[in-house]
Design a protein around this ligand. Structure first.
Ligand code: XMP
Length: 512
């Protein structure tokens, strides 16, 4: 898309960090998107293009199915930065040899910069870079300078400055490359001459236009879970097509205290959206009655969610599209076929394969924090979009043993106290997730002069970068103490509070 902003396109050769490159560039306030490697030159020519990045990729440039670019791309007159496979492709296209490396290089390497040039400006002569490749460029192509090398990669960086062609064997987009950010900035601002004037707000205009073009005058249906991703998607779709969007909010009754009211007052009250709240809490509770197995709970909730959604949507008439809050990370995660199922995750993204909708997923290229910023730019409240992650099956998987209305209400109260205390200690930003778990353990206590035999509540608070691994948060004792005494005093049926001090692995974040 080209709405008057400088743009740097990342051509996709299939590497795992590709979307991250586009994202890093957007972080530097230059618009960037990932396009297929065989994007037509005319398409690129029609953009306000300031530069191109060739991404990494898993193939070998001499392989039969090696993805390549139209040679005309090199003649577009904008600088090109080839990363990893992208550099090898450039080397091949300019008649250098690419060989199988003696040692496959994976991980950190010390790189020595050999020439002074714009790409490495402001970075030291020896620096740590992140490598992940099995082929190497043995000598730079004719006309190219050898800019840097590592012990295993004779050509770790090369350039033909006249023609604006740059290649790096390492990955500047990953955090482990010490000066990766500086190198990308140098490419954007010193080499391509981009203006850093793109902001998240501008994404809204582009996305709105794209949605309108795609949807035309048809209608879109959306399942709202109350979570951040589906809420941001709904707000964006609503901005684009107004009342041709209908949202179905399946309230399974397993959300946190007052959350479903907040969702309604925001979308109905403030945004004036066509949103139908289906109070299905009785149905879900009935379905969960007697069920204690964690996977069985997850499966039943997932299936019932779809059933309620389908029943409602068939009553609402015809829709051509189904809106979904799929993020880029969901796209990657669902792509891994080899990973073992630890838990069958349920979120609204897994909706109904047999329904005859075309999908519309406007957040598909965004990372979670970008989606949050987009949500804020769309007018969703800060505290709403920056909420901690919350699992699709809701509080059901934080109740060990059977889910009953009574136990659910108990957990909602305890959880609200945990959240209030974290907030009043000003720790919300530092902790990835913090919540209460209702265990199935009862123990003896004494309240007043009476013996009690009540439930134990566990507090879970963790720090994490991405939820894949986690450590327990070092909450101050005073905060834990306040949580503990408030829960025992204010939540009937609880006489003991424990703090979970396990990391992930070996534990998981949620208890079920
Ligand atoms: P675990 O418990 O597997 O959780 O360590 C990792 C992260 O995922 C969240 N989670 C879910 N999110 N649907 C979701 O959308 C689910 O079924 C689900 N289960 C766990 C969990 O809260 C943590 O952030």
């Amino acid at each position: 898309m080209n709405n008057g902003f400088d743009q740097v396109v990342v051509l996709d050769f299939g590497g795992q960090y590709n979307q991250l490159i586009a994202r890093r560039i957007r972080d530097m306030h230059v618009y960037s998107e990932l396009l297929p490697h065989d994007t037509k030159v005319e398409t690129l020519r029609a953009m306000r293009l300031k530069g191109i990045v060739f991404s990494g990729g898993p193939r070998s440039v001499y392989g039969e199915d090696a993805p390549s670019v139209d040679p005309e791309v090199y003649k577009l007159g904008v600088p090109i930065l080839g990363i990893c496979y992208g550099m090898q492709l450039m080397a091949r296209d300019f008649d250098a040899r690419v060989d199988l490396a003696v040692d496959r290089e994976y991980g950190l390497a010390n790189m020595t910069v050999r020439t002074e040039g714009a790409l490495f400006k402001g970075t030291p002569d020896v620096q740590r870079v992140w490598m992940s490749h099995s082929d190497v460029v043995s000598a730079a192509p004719p006309g190219f300078a050898l800019d840097a090398s590592t012990p295993s990669a004779p050509v770790a960086a090369m350039s033909d400055r006249e023609r604006g062609l740059y290649g790096v064997q390492f990955h500047p987009e990953v955090q482990h490359t010490d000066y990766g950010e500086q190198i990308l900035q140098n490419f954007l601002f010193l080499i391509c001459g981009c203006e850093p004037n793109w902001r998240m707000d501008n994404l809204i205009d582009d996305a709105v236009q794209e949605i309108r073009d795609k949807v035309g005058d048809q209608r879109v249906l959306m399942a709202l879970s109350g979570g951040v991703d589906s809420s941001v998607t709904a707000a964006l779709l609503h901005r684009a097509i107004g009342d041709r969007l209908t949202c179905v909010f399946v309230d399974h009754g397993l959300l946190r205290e007052e959350e479903s009211e907040q969702v309604m007052s925001m979308f109905e009250g403030v945004f004036h959206m066509d949103i139908r709240r289906i109070d299905a809490s009785d149905r879900f509770l009935k379905l969960l009655s007697g069920v204690t197995d964690p996977e069985e709970k997850r499966k039943r909730i997932g299936r019932e969610f779809i059933r309620v959604f389908e029943e409602t949507s068939t009553r609402l008439g015809d829709f051509a599209f189904l809106g979904q809050g799929t993020l880029y990370t969901d796209v990657i995660e669902s792509g891994t076929k080899t990973a073992a199922t630890i838990k069958s995750h349920h979120n609204v993204g897994g909706l109904p394969s047999e329904m005859k909708f075309k999908l519309i997923e406007p957040l598909r290229s965004l990372f979670k924090d970008e989606a949050r910023r987009l949500g804020e730019a769309l007018g969703l409240p800060h505290h709403f979009v920056w909420r901690q992650p919350f699992p699709g099956p809701g509080l059901a998987i934080r109740i060990i043993g059977e889910v009953t209305r009574e136990r659910l209400n108990l957990l909602k109260k305890a959880d609200a106290i945990v959240r209030e205390e974290v907030a009043s200690a000003g720790l919300e930003q530092e902790i990835w997730q913090y919540f209460a778990v209702l265990t199935d353990l009862q123990s003896v206590g004494v309240m007043g002069d009476e013996r009690t035999y009540f439930s134990t509540v566990a507090i879970r608070a963790i720090t994490s970068r991405d939820g894949m691994t986690a450590d327990f948060a070092r909450l101050p004792y005073e905060v834990l103490q306040r949580m503990s005494s408030r829960i025992c005093n204010e939540v009937p049926g609880v006489n003991r509070v424990v703090y979970d001090i396990t990391s992930k692995p070996p534990a998981t974040i949620e208890w079920e």
